[in-house]
Design a protein around this ligand. Structure first.
Ligand SMILES: [Zn+2]
Length: 882
């Protein structure tokens, strides 16, 4: 699945079973971890469900064809909040049935042991219709015309299919499914497979879908409601975009994207999409992100539909998230990880494939550059002692849910990209094709992927790859140059990079370096032992050993090489510069290089307009300015920061120029946002002028610019301006625009108005389908009012986390300390978090608290360094040595 888009900040229980680590072994059903016995396996389900909306219940009838592999008197499968009746085995009543909701298991005991061979288990059951997005849930929404609607949808991953029907709810238990549902006659129904037949009776319909191919239970999908679709055909596949009736035309762009992506992936994987149709369904509210159900992908509607008020960023999300979810149709759905410890095989792969496709089809978006911010965020987490390897043991439902983090997504994506670059894109693709063909309609482990890549490349890929997937953290490569007759030789070494706790190094990696000296093409070199030497071009040329910022490692250059790089900085390739800025900033945060080295590089950008590089600089200066608040040197620092970025901002102006690329427009907004944060009077005054026109004419500020300009206005807003925007937000019928308005209100500077903003975030003004944004609103409030935001979150945590039942523990353990570290002493936050979570969450809490403590230490160390820089720097000239 996909996490929500990562702006503004980086964005579950049962009994424990201990499991053997199976690193390095290919998939083997009997050896796959899990709680269910392997002696009885499902082959085919016939399932008929009748949701009773008023009562909040489900009535179901289920028949499962089974294979008994070893004689057994008991049959064990998953269930949760269900009561089974009339349980029969080959038509004969079972002698006992026991459902245990704590262990999420049902055990059926037979009168006598079932013999090896095929049998049928059948029963009726009652279950719960959920009101939060897990299992089969009811979603209430308000349409733009003010009318209220309801629909049913599902969200099963990781372990919630068992909330809709009793089943073998572990990924290795693939089976075919024939689903039947009874709902109001006027409703549309969508599932993994096309409709086979529909019977009307009274005001109801009973619809049966075609039998699915063999698949795991977590990919089952069912949506029913007042929906309409637009559609088109790609080869043999019908592609449809579904939305609440009246909004389906807002899926035109998504439909065009889906056609392109599906055709590209048919070619890339060398295996045609195997289902007769691919539907994509826009669910109002429902859940954050998207879910790759086979043949029926569900999305939060804000991520699939585009209206008149949508921005370019919204449009980019629509492409990128589809590229991710459609990649899962092969990697995840056609080939499924054997167990949740290999979740990264699904998620890292879809993240990498999706980003590659987005970049390939939209070169002007510079998509890999945009991924750099997410990679940096993952590197920050991964440079703490409490981080974990990409592959990690998963024992139960809670740990399966907790595996969905930035190490699985962003680090995994970066590691695959690094391997692709090292092996070459064609060889890598051939390996992926071998993997998909070998494991189609079945399961896989990491070892299956490595052996397919090894067969395609002739190299021991597993040996390199396992360094990155099976141990935590990543290396810092040190480069020491020596010169003889103008020719440079570099000596390379590595150790683990940690932001704090230097000295506890450990770890060793096979590192695929990409070395570029001067203007030459990058050259690959695998660094496997310390002291290796390599040619490094001419002594005065710039040099990078992480060309194009593809590697997941940091680099520290000796002083002479760093000086050569700084001199040539303005002329280096964009990716090389970004890698240098990222590494230099991280080394400054870790206290391993001076802040001055970083600021010298930043000032060497001159008037270059690469947006990611400037975004990195603006964010770093923004962090320093934030840390310096309240200190004597703050005003001087803010002035220095303004002087550094102002020439570029001035050259961009306020309005787009003809032929301007998207990243230039993005750069303009980034610089205006930061200049405003640093109290740039000119920027704040212009934002207020534009807002005055916007109040009477909504087209006065382009949708793309609204997020930035409205937030700038709120920084210094008085009660009248705040109330003007609040009235606009309340009256807005377009949800995309309304969400922007509310987000801006949270960034108000005045403390009394901030109290009002907090009350708005909790109020009934937010429509039911937008419940999921409340948490983001409170996090936005933390930027300027950390204590108020923490109190607001703490006192309403249940409501703010309710929409996200699966991730609530992970958010509580890891994100809450990171979001609210300035809002309360760390002991208070830790005590609060511990009181809400089971003991099993201790490693996650340790990660969250390490981040909170580290941020406090960072602020204490960097505030004086920023002061010192501002006090002595000849910043106004630019390019001075700091
Ligand atoms: Zn995914």
């Amino acid at each position: 699945m996909s996490m929500p888009p990562p702006r503004p900040a980086a964005p579950l229980l049962a009994a424990l079973t201990s499991l053997p680590a199976l690193a390095g072994a290919p998939f083997d059903f009997d050896a796959a971890p899990g709680r269910l016995p392997k002696s009885v396996v499902p082959l085919d389900y016939s399932l008929a469900v009748v949701p009773h909306i008023e009562a909040g219940t489900i009535a179901g009838a289920e028949s499962v064809r089974l294979r008994v592999r070893a004689p057994s008197r008991t049959i064990v499968f998953n269930s949760l909040n269900e009561r089974l009746t009339d349980v029969r085995f080959d038509g004969a009543p079972a002698s006992a049935v026991e459902s245990d909701d704590a262990r999420q298991l049902t055990t059926v005991t037979l009168a006598q042991a079932a013999g090896v061979g095929e049998h049928t288990l059948s029963f009726s059951y009652t279950g719960r219709l959920e009101t939060q997005p897990h299992g089969l849930f009811l979603q209430t929404y308000v349409s733009s015309d003010g009318s209220h609607g309801q629909l049913l949808s599902t969200k099963m991953e990781s372990t919630d299919a068992r909330r809709m029907f009793p089943c073998w709810d572990e990924p290795a238990f693939r089976s075919t499914f024939e689903l039947t549902v009874t709902v109001p006659a006027a409703w549309a129904t969508v599932s993994n497979m096309p409709v086979a037949r529909r019977e009307l009776h009274g005001g109801e319909q009973t619809t049966t879908f075609e039998r699915s191919p063999s698949m795991p239970s977590y990919l089952i999908e069912l949506t029913a409601g007042d929906l309409a679709a637009i559609g088109s055909r790609v080869g043999a596949t019908e592609v449809g975009i579904w939305a609440v009736r009246g909004r389906e035309r807002d899926g035109e762009v998504a439909l065009a994207d889906a056609r392109l992506i599906l055709a590209d992936y048919n070619e890339y994987f060398g295996y045609a999409f195997p289902l007769p149709k691919l539907d994509e369904i826009a669910i109002p509210g429902g859940f954050a992100g998207a879910m790759e159900n086979w043949g029926a992908i569900t999305y939060n509607d804000q991520l699939l539909l585009l209206g008149a008020s949508s921005t370019l960023a919204d449009r980019q999300t629509v492409f990128a998230i589809q590229a991710h979810e459609i990649a899962h149709q092969w990697n995840g759905d056609l080939v499924t990880m054997g167990w949740w410890d290999d979740l990264w095989l699904n998620e890292s792969f879809a993240a990498w494939r999706g980003a590659s496709e987005t970049d390939r089809r939209n070169p002007a978006w510079k998509w890999w550059e945009r991924q750099d911010a997410a990679r940096e965020s993952a590197m920050r987490s991964d440079s703490r002692l409490s981080t974990h390897p990409i592959q990690q043991p998963v024992a139960d439902e809670l740990q399966a849910a907790n595996a969905f983090d930035e190490i699985t997504y962003e680090k995994g994506q970066s590691v695959l990209r690094m391997l692709e670059s090292y092996l070459g894109p064609e060889v890598f693709r051939d390996g992926v094709r071998r993997y998909v063909h070998a494991r189609a309609l079945s399961n896989a482990t990491a070892a299956d992927l490595w052996s397919a890549l090894a067969a395609a490349s002739g190299q021991d890929v597993g040996q390199v790859a396992r360094d990155w997937t099976e141990q935590p953290g990543f290396p810092l490569v040190s480069v020491v140059a020596s010169c003889a007759r103008g020719a440079r030789t570099i000596t390379l070494a590595q150790r683990r990079f940690l932001l704090q706790a230097a000295g506890q190094d450990g770890g060793h990696w096979s590192i695929p370096l990409r070395i570029r000296a001067g203007g030459e093409a990058p050259r690959a070199q695998l660094l496997s032992r310390d002291g290796e030497q390599s040619a490094g071009g001419r002594c005065n040329e710039p040099l990078t050993v992480n060309a194009d910022a593809i590697g997941f490692y940091r680099v520290r250059y000796d002083e002479a090489t760093l000086a050569a790089n700084t001199r040539a900085f303005g002329a280096m390739a964009d990716g090389d510069r970004i890698a240098l800025l990222d590494d230099s900033w991280a080394l400054a945060l870790a206290g391993q290089q001076s802040l001055g080295s970083y600021l010298t590089l930043a000032s060497a950008m001159g008037k270059d307009r690469d947006s990611r590089a400037w975004e990195q600089i603006a964010a770093s200066l923004g962090t320093l300015e934030h840390y310096a608040r309240g200190s004597r040197g703050h005003a001087a620092f803010a002035a220095a920061a303004r002087a550094l970025v102002r020439p570029v901002a001035d050259s961009l102006g306020w309005d787009p120029k003809p032929g301007e690329t998207p990243d230039v427009a993005r750069l303009r907004r980034t610089l205006h946002a930061e200049l405003g944060a640093w109290d740039d009077r000119q920027v704040l005054a212009e934002a207020r002028r534009r807002f005055a026109r916007f109040v009477t004419d909504r087209s006065a500020i382009r949708p793309d610019d609204q997020e930035t300009i409205l937030a700038l206005v709120m920084r210094s807003a008085d009660a009248a301006s705040f109330e003007r925007l609040h009235a606009i937000a309340r009256a807005e019928t377009d949800e995309t625009a309304q969400r922007r308005d509310y987000a801006a209100l949270m960034q108000v500077g005045d403390p009394a108005l901030a109290g009002q903003a907090a009350r708005i975030a909790l109020s009934e003004e937010i429509p039911p389908q937008a419940d999921a944004i409340r948490l983001r609103l409170v996090v936005l409030l933390a930027g300027r009012h950390p204590e108020l935001a923490w109190r607001t979150f703490r006192d309403h945590a249940d409501a703010l986390l309710a929409h996200n039942p699966k991730y609530a523990p992970l958010i509580t353990a890891q994100r809450v300390p990171e979001y609210f570290w300035e809002g309360a002493p760390p002991e208070e936050i830790e005590a609060w978090v511990r009181a809400r979570l089971p003991a099993e969450m201790a490693p996650n809490i340790a990660r969250g608290m390490e981040t909170a403590h580290a941020l406090r230490a960072e602020r204490a160390a960097l505030a004086p360094a920023a002061d010192a820089w501002a006090a002595q720097a000849p910043w106004h000239g630019g390019g001075g040595r700091w």
